[in-house]
Every structure is written in structure tokens, then in C-alpha cells.
Ligand binder design. Structure first.
Ligand code: FAD
Ligand code: SF4
Length: 472
């Protein structure tokens, strides 16, 4: 099996084709570079085909990882693509941006036994890229057209995955998005060094070429109402994500003194897409402090490094072991020169001459561990300190915004996400479904893809039942 034989993992160490930090911070290109076919064969050949695919169980899409690894090790890329694309509408995207250390690779038998996981994500991205390069990615060509139509609110991964599957079935699909480009956070949130924009665009292009209609710059709830969409379409899918940024509660904080993480990332993404700089936020030559410890904070610090900031510090109130961001992203940020100020809680924003000059923070300590409880944080007496900052970015996470298109009959959960029936995607409104972050709260792309695909299957059943005049 593979060029290294069945025990490939013993002789071949794990090798991820990652660019050196000093090189990769020079631009916004992906830091995982495309491996050679030979390298992919060697790395895929490290899979032991252990017979108990923990990797597959840990993958939200239940991807058939051992099979496509085995085929890649034997340079059977086209067959590997056929299998990889059967369970996922965007393998080359998930292969790039899943936190594999927490999902498939974290559960790999090799990882569990101290041999380091197979580079599953990188092989998956390679299979997808090879398929696009060789024209193996089939256009969407439904076997027969159906008259019924589905309106999707949100062109992020959940909406895209659902559109892909529904259009395949021949439904007329329209996606409404308030942005000027489709892709959701794939295009305007996640930076190019994790996911280059061309990779997202070729997916959205494929949907458009397959007959999916995009209505952009259209905010549902403002430019069109949910009721209008329900009148126009036979079913509606709400996949509008979560966008209400949690605000920093500290004296001196607020618009003008801080920058919102998503605004900052959108500006750099627009530059990457070739747009003219519209006076957008830029960190060049500045002392930047990013407040927060999630993946959005990691994306901000690493963007600031690439923009040429004088210094970049991540201020987080808990310690490394208790931060929500992926350990892999923290390691990447550290390699790129980001300083982490753990156990520091922002207390106030200081200013000089009308501009922000520093963040005052309280030194925190973890409370004594208690069974079944997350350790609390408590301030250390006389532990205040100042971090010089002339640019402060708030990256404290997101909550559902008051969705302007809500009908009073659309039930919400206690977290203000859209409530759906247990084990499915149906909302309290007949014919209206919901998927992705809008239901889960801030989550992962791979879960949005899974939800989008499964919601499409449920909508398909509903529409077929409607067409036949029976209840779904
Ligand atoms: P979204 O991608 O948010 O898409 C929702 C779409 O709906 C958007 O295009 C929005 O414009 C549109 N919309 C919203 N309201 C309306 C309205 N009223 N009318 C019309 N359109 C509307 N996950 C990972 O797996 N890996 C990562 O590395 C990663 N990095 C991230 C980095 C950042 C900065 C952020 C913020 C998130 C990251 N995530 C990552 C999480 C991931 O991006 C989301 O979980 C995923 O995009 C959710 O998909 P979605 O389709 O549900 O929503
Ligand atoms: Fe791993 Fe994500 Fe690919 Fe599943 S989709 S195999 S979790 S990288």
C-alpha cells in the first residue's frame, strides 16, 4: 500500500507542506502549499487502514477517509475524488480550513498511538484541487428540471451546500445575500492565508453555471421580507449565520477607539480580491492589540503581522489551555511573531491626544479546580498592566443578530438562534427550514456543509410530498 509499504508510518514521518514563517508573512497566500503528487502518495500511504476508522467517525461529514487515502497512496486520484465528493460538496475547502487537530486527525489511530496523524486535510485539499485542475469536477446538470423553487437566505457554506444538492435534484434555486459576493464567511471572514479566494470563487462559479441564481446586495428583512420569499418559493432555507459581535465592556471602548474584527478582516479580504483600498483599516507601523482568544482573534493577529504592524499582541483573559481557538492556529501565530498575553483581562482603553494609546489590563489567575466545573478566573491584586496600542481590535465572538426578517411565528431558541425540530431542520413556519450557524450559533464550516446537505435532503422530501399532494 503506497510507495512506503504497509508500515509507511514507521519510516515516513508526518510532513505538512507548510511555508516557513519568515516567507509566509510576506503575503496573504495560503501557508499550506500544494504538495507534489509523490509527497501526497507518501503521506497518504502512512494510513494503516486500521480497520476502526476513528477519523471517519470524528469527521462531521463521515467522509470515507481510509478509502480515499488508500487510493491517493496508489495515485488513483480520480477515484479518490469520486469518493471524497460523494459525502462532501466542498472537500477542497474543508481540507484547508477544518480544525483537523480537533476532528479527523485528532482521532487518527496514529495520533492516538504517538506516531503523529496522517495529514488528512492536506491530502483532501490536494484531491479536490487535482479534480478541478483536470476537469473532473462535474458541472451541475439535473437529470430533469422541476418547477418547484427554493429560496435560500445566505450564500455561506450552509446555503451553498444546500443549493448544490437541491439544484442537482432539478429544483429552481435562488440564493439571497446582503453582501456583494457569494461565499459568506468563506469569502469575507476567513483570511487568504487559510483559504485563498479563488478556491471559494470556483465553487460559487460552479453553482452559478449550474443554474443557481444569486440575488446579491439583498438583505432579507430589509430589501425583501421573509413573507415575500415564502410567497415566491415553495420552500425557504434560512442560512444567514450569526453576525452580532460581542462588544467590549470597558471605559474608553467603542466606535472610534476600537476596530471590529470582522470589519478588519473584510477590508483585507477585499484587498485580496483586487478592490481599490477605500480608506480601510490597516495595521502597518502600528502597535496592535487584539482582544479575544478564538479563531477570529487568531485571524486578526496574523492579518496584522502581514500588514506590517510594529507589534502584535493577543490579550486573552484565560490561559493557553483554556482558550477557545485551535492550538494549531495559536502555534501558527506564535511562529509568525505574535506575542500572547495570557491571563490578562481588558479593564480600560487609555488615550492620549484623542487617540487610543494603550490597553489597561488586569492580571488574572485561574481559580482552584472544582469537579465538573470550568475553572473561573480571578483578578490578581495590584496586577494591572498597560499594553501600548494605537490599534485595538475587538474579537470577542458572535451572537445571532436580531434577524430583521423574523415573523412573530418563527420560533427562536433561548440563545436567539432559529429553533428547528429535533433531529431535523424544519422551523416553526411551514415550508421554512434553517441550517448552519443560524441554528447552531458560531460553529465550523464543515458543520455548515453537513447541515446544508442534510437540510436539502429534508426539503427534497417535503417538496416531493407537496408535489404528490401528501404531507411530508
Ligand atoms: P455564513 O458563512 O456566516 O454565511 C451567512 C451568509 O448570510 C452571509 O453571506 C451573510 O452575508 C448572509 N446574510 C446574513 N443575514 C442576511 C440577511 N438578512 N439577508 C441576506 N443575507 C444575509 N470555521 C472553520 O471551520 N474553520 C475556520 O478556519 C474558520 N475560521 C473562521 C474565521 C472567522 C473570522 C470567522 C468569523 C469564522 C470562522 N469559522 C471557521 C466559522 C465558519 O466560517 C462558520 O461556521 C461558517 O461560515 C458558517 O456558515 P453559514 O453558511 O452558516 O454562515
Ligand atoms: Fe477532516 Fe474536515 Fe475533511 Fe472531515 S471534512 S476529513 S474533519 S478535514
Amino acid at each position: 500500500k503506497g510507495p512506503s509499504g504497509p508500515q509507511g508510518f514507521v519510516v515516513q514521518p508526518r510532513r505538512l507542506p507548510k511555508a516557513e514563517a519568515s516567507v509566509r508573512v510576506q503575503d496573504f497566500g495560503e501557508i499550506i502549499v500544494k504538495p507534489t503528487t509523490e509527497n501526497v502518495e507518501v503521506q497518504a500511504g502512512r494510513c494503516t487502514d486500521c480497520g476502526v476508522p476513528f477519523c471517519q467517525n470524528a469527521c462531521p461529514l463521515q467522509n470515507n477517509i481510509p478509502d480515499w487515502l488508500g487510493l491517493s497512496a496508489e495515485d488513483e486520484m480520480r477515484e479518490a475524488w469520486r469518493i471524497a465528493s460523494a459525502t462532501s460538496t466542498m472537500p477542497e475547502i474543508c481540507g484547508r480550513i477544518c480544525p483537523q487537530d480537533r476532528l479527523c486527525e485528532g482521532s487518527c489511530t496514529l495520533n492516538q498511538s504517538g506516531w503523529e496523524a496522517v495529514t488528512i486535510g492536506s491530502v483532501e485539499a490536494f484531491i479536490g484541487d487535482t479534480a478541478f485542475d483536470n476537469g473532473w469536477v462535474e458541472p451541475i446538470r439535473p437529470l430533469h428540471e422541476r418547477a418547484q423553487s427554493v429560496g435560500i437566505v445566505g450564500a455561506g457554506p450552509a446555503g451553498m451546500a444546500a443549493a448544490d444538492r437541491l439544484r442537482e435534484q432539478g429544483y429552481q434555486v435562488t440564493i439571497y445575500d446582503r453582501h456583494d459576493r457569494p461565499g459568506g464567511l468563506l469569502i469575507y471572514g476567513i483570511p487568504g492565508f487559510k483559504l485563498e479566494k479563488r478556491v471559494v470563487q470556483r465553487r460559487t462559479d460552479r453553482l452559478a453555471e449550474g443554474g443557481v441564481e444569486f440575488v446579491l446586495n439583498c438583505e432579507v428583512g430589509k430589501d425583501v421580507t421573509l413573507d415575500q420569499l415564502r410567497d415566491k418559493h415553495d420552500a425557504v432555507l434560512l442560512a444567514m449565520g450569526v453576525y452580532q459581535a460581542r462588544a467590549l465592556q470597558a471605559p474608553g471602548a467603542g466606535p472610534g477607539s476600537t476596530v471590529a474584527a470582522l470589519d478588519y478582516l473584510i477590508h483585507q479580504n477585499r484587498r485580496d480580491l483586487g478592490e481599490q483600498d477605500g480608506g480601510w483599516h490597516h495595521a502597518e507601523g502600528r502597535d496592535v492589540v487584539v482582544i479575544g482568544g478564538g479563531d477570529t482573534a487568531m485571524d486578526c493577529v496574523r492579518t496584522a503581522v502581514r500588514q506590517g504592524a510594529k507589534s502584535v499582541t493577543c490579550l486573552y483573559r484565560r490561559d493557553r489551555d483554556n482558550m477557545p481557538g485551535s492550538a494549531r492556529e495559536v502555534a501558527n501565530a506564535e511562529e509568525e511573531g505574535v506575542v500572547f498575553e495570557w491571563l490578562g483581562a481588558p479593564k480600560a482603553l487609555m488615550s492620549k491626544g484623542g487617540s487610543t494609546s494603550a490597553v489597561r489590563a488586569a492580571r488574572m489567575a485561574l481559580s482552584e479546580p472544582e469537579f465538573g466545573k470550568r475553572r473561573d478566573i480571578v483578578p490578581v491584586p495590584d496586577g494591572d498592566f498597560d499594553l501600548p496600542a494605537d490599534m485595538v481590535i475587538e474579537a470577542l465572538g458572535f451572537e445571532p443578530e436580531a434577524f430583521a426578517a423574523h415573523s412573530p411565528e418563527l420560533s427562536l431558541s433561548q440563545w436567539n438562534t432559529v429553533a428547528v425540530a429535533r433531529g431535523g431542520f424544519a422551523t416553526s413556519l411551514p415550508g421554512v427550514y434553517a441550517a448552519g450557524d443560524a441554528v447552531r450559533g458560531a460553529s465550523l464550516v464543515v458543520w455548515a456543509v453537513r447541515d446544508g446537505q442534510d437540510a436539502a435532503a429534508e426539503i427534497d422530501r417535503y417538496l416531493k410530498a407537496q408535489a404528490e399532494g401528501v404531507a411530508a
